[in-house]
Design a protein. Structure first.
Length: 180
């Protein structure tokens, strides 16, 4: 009987050890509260790099669909000088959802949660500075001099054309990175 109990305990311990040897959890992410000023400073801090800013929300299906492309661009081009910045426009109470989404997608770049962008004084500066026309996802690509090279309000991403737009954005990022 004792031998059976010991064998059972050893099997349980071994199973627990094997189960714990699976894929490690994704690394945690940092999410900073954003304002127009903090986002402007984040872009300016990367002068000399190509900067891609992505405005999105967890409740937006096209945002959720396009976000992996941002992560892939970062993985592929960060060593060459691409700085990706993600900006969640989720409401203030959605902080846990934002952090979980970013962690699950491996967003290992600067992440912001702009909880107050809907406020009138924030929105006007935001719309002007980031060429925001009112819909997300919205991306803005800055060249190495900090000037806007492309934005998705000028060339909107549609569901049908998302793959094509992603390919064009990838090509534009490559061209900007190749300029010195």
């Amino acid at each position: 009987m004792r031998a059976c109990v010991r064998a059972g305990l050893l099997a349980a311990v071994a199973a627990g050890l094997v189960a714990g040897c699976g894929t490690p959890p994704p690394p945690d992410v940092t999410v900073t509260d954003a304002t127009h000023a903090t986002l402007d400073a984040a872009v300016k801090a990367h002068k000399g790099d190509v900067v891609l800013v992505d405005f999105w929300a967890t409740w937006c299906p096209p945002c959720v669909e396009s976000f992996p492309h941002l992560v892939e661009l970062h993985r592929k081009y960060a060593p060459r000088g691409l700085a990706c910045v993600s900006v969640s426009l989720d409401k203030a109470h959605a902080g846990a959802d934002v952090r979980s989404f970013l962690r699950d997608h491996g967003a290992q770049f600067e992440n912001f949660h702009w909880k107050t962008y809907r406020e009138k004084d924030q929105r006007a500066a935001f719309e002007d500075h980031f060429r925001f026309a009112g819909s997300i996802p919205h991306q803005v690509l800055y060249d190495r001099d900090g000037k806007i090279a492309w934005d998705s309000a000028s060339e909107p991403l549609t569901e049908r054309g998302l793959d094509e737009a992603a390919r064009r954005l990838d090509e534009l990022v490559r061209r900007l990175l190749d300029r010195r």
